[in-house]
Write a protein that binds this ligand. Structure first.
Ligand SMILES: [Ca+2]
Ligand SMILES: [Ca+2]
Ligand SMILES: [Ca+2]
Length: 391
């Protein structure tokens, strides 16, 4: 029997399929090769085994190196779970022949897991050197024990190209005389579901950015720098952080983050960092920094030290050992729908321009004047609550 409802459904399904089919039939124009690394040894010998260094040379040169065959443009190197210890020394070399692994071409390196696939620099040099124009994705691996020595920025990674780090980690690396203990980037860098931990540098213990840096669902933990940006030093360019944690980093200026570029931070945590100026965040950018739905807590020093322009909305600044927010004479801050509570050296110390709207300032203390807000600048308070502060 003819059933119009079912027929209509079938016709609709057929139409949908017809609409989808052309896109389903599209296949990549270029053949993308997969290169399987078959030895954990760091070698360039023609011995029937494809090493990581040989695989990268093969992609860079688009030619077969030993048994590594890179047919096509966009190549994927597959690294089985193992420790790949770099042992061919010789820094300041850019053909992946010695020291760091130089990448000059489009490339994806896929490990098994960040806990089982380790690329270890052996403190010989940094680990990866990514050149301008190279589009590189690193997935499921850990990069460790890089040391750029006297050979410039980037303890583990120097990026001038377009680098995405996904479900990966950069740990225990150093650029003692330079910036970017974990990664130094003046290109485009995305950290997704990744960890940057235990790195150190003169500036930017975890990451130094002078390009476009995006951090999502990631952890920046226990990095240290001498001068600024224990976790991250964003010296210029853009820094966009979402759903991430910046924890237990240390520096002189900006224990967690030092920002001199354009910063947005959303749905994130800056906690337990330590800094003389800006325990959690030091912002000295004239470009508006926008912080939303975030928590800045338990930092040693102030939660935020601001010398620039900053908007804080829907956020909590709590139990920092210095001021919750310190706003210097040249600083301009707008705080909306936020809570500043239980900070030890005034909730807010304002010397510049501050507008406080629909916010709560409670339980803050100081040994001097102004437990809730100590103000020597320009202050406007709209519809806000002050309670339980002491001085
Ligand atoms: Ca070989
Ligand atoms: Ca190099
Ligand atoms: Ca090299």
């Amino acid at each position: 029997m003819f059933r119009p409802a079912k027929a209509l459904r079938l016709m609709a399904a057929a139409a949908l399929l017809a609409a989808l089919t052309p896109s389903l039939l599209i296949v990549p124009a270029a053949h993308a090769a997969t290169i399987n690394v078959t030895t954990s040894a760091d070698e360039l010998a023609v011995n029937g085994a494809c090493s990581l260094r040989e695989a990268i040379q093969a992609v860079n040169l688009d030619t077969v190196v030993d048994t590594c065959d890179p047919s096509g443009d966009a190549d994927t190197i597959v690294l089985p779970a193992d420790t790949y210890l770099l042992s061919i020394s010789g820094s300041d070399e850019n053909g992946a022949a010695s020291g760091d692994l130089d990448i000059t071409s489009a490339l994806t390196i896929t490990g098994a897991l960040s806990s089982t696939t380790l690329i270890d620099g052996g403190q010989l040099d940094r680990v990866f050197d990514i050149f301008g124009g190279a589009n590189v994705t690193l997935v499921g691996l850990t990069i460790q024990h890089g040391d750029s020595g006297l050979n410039g920025q980037g303890g583990a990674v120097r990026n001038a190209g377009n680098l995405t780090l996904q479900s990966s980690a950069v740990i225990s690396s150093t650029a003692a005389e330079f910036s970017g203990g974990g990664i130094a980037s003046n290109g485009a860098l995305s950290l997704i579901n990744s960890t940057i931990a235990g790195n150190s540098a003169h500036t930017g213990g975890g990451v130094e950015n002078a390009g476009a840096l995006k951090i999502d669902q990631s952890l920046i933990r226990q990095n240290a720098s001498e001068s600024s940006g224990g976790g991250i030093a964003s010296l210029s360019g853009t820094l966009a952080i979402s759903d991430s944690s910046i924890i237990s980093n240390t520096s002189e200026l900006g224990g967690g983050i030092r920002n001199s570029g354009k910063l947005t931070l959303a749905d994130s945590l800056i906690a337990g960092n330590s800094g003389e100026i800006g325990g959690g965040l030091a912002n000295d950018s004239a470009e508006l920094a926008v912080l939303t739905n975030s928590t800045i807590s338990n930092n040693i020093g102030s939660g935020i030290d601001n010398f620039g322009a900053l908007n804080l909305a829907g956020s909590t600044i709590i139990t920092n050992t210095g001021s919750g927010v310190f706003n210097d004479v040249q600083g301009a801050i707008t705080i909306t729908q936020s809570t500043i509570a239980h900070n030890a050296d005034s909730g807010i110390y304002n010397r510049g321009g501050l507008t406080l709207t629909n916010s709560t300032i409670s339980g803050n203390t100081t040994q001097i004047d102004g437990g809730g807000v100590a103000n020597t600048g320009t202050l406007e308070v709209i519809n806000s609550t002050f309670s339980g502060n002491s001085a």
